[in-house]
Ligand binder design. Structure first.
Ligand SMILES: Nc1ncnc2c1ncn2[C@@H]1O[C@H](COP(=O)(O)OP(=O)(O)O)[C@@H](O)[C@H]1O
Ligand SMILES: [Mg+2]
Length: 561
């Protein structure tokens, strides 16, 4: 189904208002065309026949028509914009709802700048098209149709001559519309690059400054702007060319018609009033027709944007399908059976991984940076799927377990903390609808976060700033641990949870983690052997090989055996 059709599908829900607006639009068109019809009688009766008593009634008639036209114009716009903006919101919601459920790989493939551009630029473009569609599309369509009707009624022979010029204009603009669509795509891509670049430099501003890279970034920005300018100019050329081509065609056509019209009046075939009325209608019809035509090429932008949006909405990821099993409770064990994983088809991160994690165990995973530890955690969280072999949880293949039930059972704390710009309380209680204040406080106590939260002037109501900038690294990490604990998951994964912290904070967090031993199944990932004291089992990942290490022979202070 074409994108245009799909956008129209969205209006179905608001059928009543849409039909109302169409009725008002047609009444508007009628009121816009009626004065030209009245003009004929005004000229023939008041001026030619000199019926002076008709002057005032005609004036009242004209005024009334214009008032009614204004009223119907208002009503058309009101209902059309109402429907249009509802549709826009529905598309936005659908897009976000789809994207939010996409697997992590989608977010690796697209930069956040590109994603934002779909929500801001693409949807804005659809919105512009809809707004324009109201003003220039629907309203002008009815206005133009009724005016042409009047022209036909006054003198169909003349109108037919006009009809020859019309299609030439329409075909020319269609061609131009296609070229504009292509050029618009170019601008869109350049804008995407610019927004990515800006986002990157604002996030990395500290690094940029530390490397004296400000001017390099300014240069990069200028370069991108130049490219964008070229794209825009390509578009401008087409846009500026359109009227230059179309208006002369229109005027030439008008001249030919006038020649025949003058002949007809002189030979008495039509009255002067009818001629004035005819030309009035034709001249007035020019604007709406021009608007419809320019709207047609404007629609191309909207369609190009809608194509991009629907391309995303229609994506189906195999990872999210066919997950029919539910992990109600984690009872027995997690099993990796000959598991291999590769991000790219030929380079495996690890191979032949066989490991077993029993319910209630505390397991360490160790390996150098880049050895695949986080990848293994991502596999348990269902972010990536095994390339070969199977991961079984209580005997169920992880690829068959519904993601929501899987993630319900797993608490995850990574090295990079993420906090919403909200209160501490809401950050801890994120996505937990039925928790009590007690439970939040308890989770914070377990995570050793309570001790610093109660010293803050606003306590749990403290706003943490964008990604928690108002807190220290250790404090942020303790809040994310509290958040993971509040979910009361059965399995807790700590992926280098303390690597970014100072020794003092590391100690507190280590203590918080090991206090959970015996209550939860713990998976502690680290490249630092000292973190793994007190674990029951250790798995080491080294050059793609995963093997179990005896905890008794593991030298915690020195490193890998
Ligand atoms: N999304 C990705 N696409 C491609 N390669 C990746 C991706 N994420 C990680 N890698 C690569 O996979 C390997 C393992 O990464 P990772 O699991 O993060 O290691 P660790 O957590 O042990 O430091 C690394 O070589 C890394 O470069
Ligand atoms: Mg890692």
């Amino acid at each position: 189904m074409s994108s245009l059709k799909r956008v129209l599908e969205y209006t179905k829900k608001y059928k009543t208002r849409l039909i109302l607006s169409m009725i008002f639009a047609s009444l508007f068109g009628l009121m816009a065309a009626a004065p030209t019809y009245l003009l004929r009688h005004t000229v023939d009766e008041v001026f030619i026949k000199s019926y002076s008593h008709l002057i005032i009634p005609f004036i009242i008639g004209f005024v009334l028509l214009f008032i009614l036209k204004a009223v119907f114009m208002y009503l058309t716009s009101y209902f059309m914009y109402w429907v249009g903006n509802r549709v826009i919101n529905d598309i936005r919601t659908d897009l976000f709802a789809k994207i939010a459920h996409f697997p992590i790989s989608f977010f690796q493939e697209k930069t956040s700048g590109q994603l934002m551009s779909h929500f801001l630029n693409d949807i804005q473009m659809i919105q512009n098209t809809i707004s324009l569609g109201v003003k220039d599309g629907v309203r002008s369509l009815f206005e133009g149709a009724f005016l042409i009707g009047v022209a036909l009624f006054m003198n169909w022979q003349l109108a037919l001559i006009m009809a020859i010029v019309g299609p030439i204009i329409v075909i020319t603009t269609q061609r131009l519309g296609k070229a504009r669509k292509k050029a618009s795509l170019g601008i869109q891509q350049e804008m995407g690059k610019i927004s990515n670049m800006l986002q990157e430099s604002f996030t990395g501003i500290r690094e940029i400054k530390a490397f004296n890279g400000e001017n390099i970034e300014v240069g990069r920005f200028k370069g991108l702007l130049t490219q964008c300018f070229r794209s825009i100019m390509r578009n401008v050329k087409i846009e500026a060319f359109a009227p230059a081509l179309i208006e002369p065609i229109g005027i030439t056509g008008g001249g030919v018609v006038f020649y025949f019209a003058a002949q007809q009046v002189l030979t008495g075939i039509i009255t002067a009033g009818a001629l004035i009325s005819f030309f009035g209608a034709v001249i007035l019809a020019y604007q709406p027709i021009k608007k419809i035509v320019s709207f047609y090429s404007e629609v191309q932008y909207g369609i190009a944007a809608a194509d991009r949006i629907f391309e995303i909405i229609d994506r189906v990821y195999p990872a999210t399908k066919n997950r029919s099993l539910e992990l109600i409770e984690f009872k027995a064990e997690i099993n990796f059976k000959d598991v291999a994983f590769a991000y790219n088809s030929n380079s495996f991160v690890f191979k032949n991984a066989n490991l077993q994690i029993k319910h209630g165990e505390c397991v360490g995973i160790i390996g150098a940076s880049g050895s695949g530890k986080s990848t293994m955690c991502d596999m348990l969280l269902g972010f990536v799927m095994p390339t070969q072999g199977n991961v079984l949880i209580d005997g169920m293949d992880i690829t068959q377990i519904s993601l929501s039930s899987l993630r319900n059972k797993i608490g995850y704390v990574g090295q990079r903390t993420f906090l919403f710009n909200d209160t501490i309380y809401n950050n801890v209680a994120y996505a937990q609808s039925n928790v009590t204040h007690e439970e939040v406080v308890n989770a914070c106590k377990l995570a050793h976060a309570e001790e610093f939260i109660k010293d803050l002037p606003q306590g749990y109501q403290t706003i943490v700033g964008e990604n928690g900038t108002l807190l220290s690294g250790g404090q942020k990490q303790r809040i994310t641990i509290a958040r993971a604990l509040l979910k009361s998951p059965e399995i807790l994964i700590f992926d280098e949870a303390t690597s970014a912290l100072d020794q003092e904070s590391e100690k507190i967090i280590q203590q918080a983690i090991f206090e959970l031993k015996g209550q939860k199944t713990l998976i502690i990932v680290s490249h630092r052997p000292a973190m793994l004291k007190n674990v029951d089992k250790i798995f080491s990942i080294n050059s793609g090989q995963v093997r179990a290490i005896q905890t008794s022979s593991f030298r915690y202070e020195e490193g890998l055996v």
